[in-house]
Write a protein that binds this ligand. Structure first.
Ligand code: AMP
Length: 282
């Protein structure tokens, strides 16, 4: 595995490989790698000749009062995990290499739909930061295919929409959510949870599963959402949102919609946890 921090050097190497007919697969991450990230690498390995992974804690997607400074950084462990998977390139740029004039003076990419609600409501500039950095990374790597986890379902849809809107010839594939044994979706931010909180956090998954059962048995969406919010509050969660939306456009679902996403964000102690479930009714 080659580790490269210089964007132009990586771009040149990958362009040479592309000219030789090699397909490029890409997995962007912020590091602190866990089985969720590694599952995306495995997915991409099956779809491309050359596998590129990036580790960049993107300052532009963190809000003023968020955890940019304390975000877990574990580069040497991450390198070992990626070496073991046999990927070809790891890209580890610095902030200055991505935003030479600072993130606020840098040109940005913004989607005019899908980004205002759900996570966008409590994190106003988050998706602008995500689309900007992913666009920069795509221009450096020029992948044929890139993988994003469905744990961040809104991000996955936002990236798909960006590639469509901007005519980027990149196939976006979604990886299923990888979970801890108690059902908690794996996340770098789980390291902020105490042992007791980690156990309690499984309630999020259980509540979403119970919501799915209630919807299947015909309970109104309004009532199931109310039940879920009450249950999570009882277990000590502070709710950001608990919604049932349509999978494709993430707009609030009506009782007659069939392709649903149950999506939730809630704080348990310090970290804000997110989770979701795709529910397809026949
Ligand atoms: P991050 O490092 O948090 O930016 O995540 C990098 C990629 O890994 C994103 O596409 C995430 O959606 C994905 N990811 C993070 N956690 C999981 C998980 N538990 N299961 C599947 N994919 C995940």
């Amino acid at each position: 595995m080659k580790i490269i921090d210089n964007p132009v050097a990586l771009q040149q190497e990958l362009l040479t490989l592309k000219k030789k007919g090699k397909s490029i697969g890409f997995v962007p991450t912020m590091g602190n790698l866990h089985a969720g990230h590694l599952s995306l690498v495995q997915l991409i390995k099956k779809q491309s000749d050359i596998v590129v992974c990036s580790i960049f804690v993107n300052p532009a997607q963190f809000g003023e009062n968020e955890d940019l400074a304390s975000y877990p950084r574990t580069l040497s462990e991450d390198i070992q995990k990626l070496e073991a998977l046999g990927i070809d390139y790891l890209f580890t740029p610095t902030d200055n290499q991505i935003y030479p004039h600072g993130k606020n003076k840098h040109s940005s990419v913004e989607l005019n739909r899908l980004t205002e609600h759900l996570c966008g409501s409590s994190r106003p500039d988050h998706f602008k930061g995500v689309t900007t950095v992913v666009c920069i990374l795509f221009n450096i790597v020029q992948p044929d295919v890139a993988a994003f986890g469905k744990k961040d379902y809104q991000q996955y849809q936002v990236i798909k929409a960006m590639t469509r809107d901007l005519m980027m010839p990149i196939k976006i594939i979604g990886g299923e959510i990888v979970r801890e044994s108690n059902g908690l979706a794996m996340s770098s931010r789980n390291t902020y949870l105490s042992k007791a909180e980690k156990e309690k956090a499984s309630t999020l998954r259980q509540t979403i599963l119970s919501t799915a059962e209630q919807i299947k048995s015909g309970t109104s969406l309004e009532k199931t959402i109310e039940n879920a919010i009450n249950n999570l509050k009882r277990h000590g969660f502070k709710i950001d949102y608990f919604k049932v939306v349509r999978q494709n456009d993430l707009q609030e679902a009506q009782q007659t919609d069939k392709s649903l996403l149950i999506a939730c964000a809630a704080w348990l102690g310090q970290p804000r946890l997110i989770d979701n479930l795709e529910l397809n009714l026949n």
